[in-house]
Design a protein around this ligand. Sequence first.
Ligand SMILES: CC(=O)CC(=O)SCCNC(=O)CCNC(=O)[C@H](O)C(C)(C)COP(=O)(O)OP(=O)(O)OC[C@H]1O[C@@H](n2cnc3c(N)ncnc32)[C@H](O)[C@@H]1OP(=O)(O)O
Ligand SMILES: NC(=O)C1=CN([C@@H]2O[C@H](COP(=O)(O)OP(=O)(O)OC[C@H]3O[C@@H](n4cnc5c(N)ncnc54)[C@H](OP(=O)(O)O)[C@@H]3O)[C@@H](O)[C@H]2O)C=CC1
Length: 285
Amino acid sequence: MGINKVAVIGAGQMGSGIAQVAAQAGCEVRLYDAESERVSRSLAGIEKQLSGGVAKGKWTQEQAEQARSRIRAAGSLQEAGEDADLIIEAIIENMNAKKTLLAELDSVASAQTILASNTSSLPVTELASVTGRPEQVIGMHFMNPVPVMKLVEVIRGLRTSDETYATVAELAERMGKTALEVRDFPGFVSNRILMPMINEAVYTLYEGVASAEAIDGVMRLGMNHPMGPLALADLIGLDTCLAIMETLHDGFGDSKYRPCPLLRSYVHAGWLGRKSGRGFYSYEG
Ligand SMILES: CC(=O)CC(=O)SCCNC(=O)CCNC(=O)[C@H](O)C(C)(C)COP(=O)(O)OP(=O)(O)OC[C@H]1O[C@@H](n2cnc3c(N)ncnc32)[C@H](O)[C@@H]1OP(=O)(O)O
Ligand SMILES: NC(=O)C1=CN([C@@H]2O[C@H](COP(=O)(O)OP(=O)(O)OC[C@H]3O[C@@H](n4cnc5c(N)ncnc54)[C@H](OP(=O)(O)O)[C@@H]3O)[C@@H](O)[C@H]2O)C=CC1
């Protein structure tokens, strides 16, 4: 089954990027968020991205307008999901919130619709368990920033069908991404490897080994990483980083995945990184 109609639930940084690349791949997109204001902000951001791409010669004005016209705000989950071929959820990284949402989506979507989660660490098999269609539930893990990064990590739950996998992988390729198949283990491959490095960078700061700038400088200049781990944590969102570490810690039961107390404090303080204006660095003004 080829995908033409996509619903994106959650209009944060990931949902916005996913809506944009889906529209640019020729899909009709419905975008929904619990806060309608977020959808308006997201549409304005996508508009800016699309016109910025025209100015840089990445695509034509006509292509940008066509992509923009394919994305519409949805006023309810029902409106977003009722005629979608694929629904991609990109709400907060929280098992209960995602399970509640998936159960609702299962009841509004048609029987053929595939339900995909952009979760960065949560077990897809468990997410699928609240639906009556576990064969059509899959992890479609985009990387941030979505329009730039070439990978979609595709996570098969225990009951995900071959057809669902093939359909989602085909769409990822149509979006100009490379789909890599991964089994359903905590953190999958990407965050099992990336997030302990970020957590270790936070410990290095916590223990006063070096300043944030020096820690990031070591990894940028010494390892050729495009950005340091603390700046990357700010880009991802510290709430998301903490949630991923908790999933690794709970899922493996191994103390090597314990989240750094400093990461926890920052999240409690509301210092979530770029999205809140402050994390390990300040983004205000
Ligand atoms: C947590 C998870 O579950 C999984 C994850 O996503 S982990 C995070 C994965 N992502 C990374 O590791 C990102 C690492 N960082 C990078 O690759 C780069 O620093 C970066 C792409 C973010 C910025 O690159 P840069 O060279 O420092 O800055 P800049 O020159 O401004 O941007 C490079 C290009 O990316 C684009 N870009 C940067 N940020 C963007 C954004 N938020 N949205 C869209 N495009 C963006 C720019 O427009 C620019 O495009 P052109 O080359 O066509 O002009
Ligand atoms: N940040 C990253 O680098 C990456 C994140 N991911 C994953 O993508 C998902 C989203 O992350 P990200 O975009 O960064 O997070 P954001 O915080 O930017 O966005 C989440 C959005 O979902 C909304 N939301 C929360 N609960 C609901 C709900 N029940 N129904 C509808 N909308 C809801 C939030 O609204 P409000 O704030 O008003 O509640 C917010 O607009 C997470 O699962 C994360 O793990 C995957 C890859 C990379």
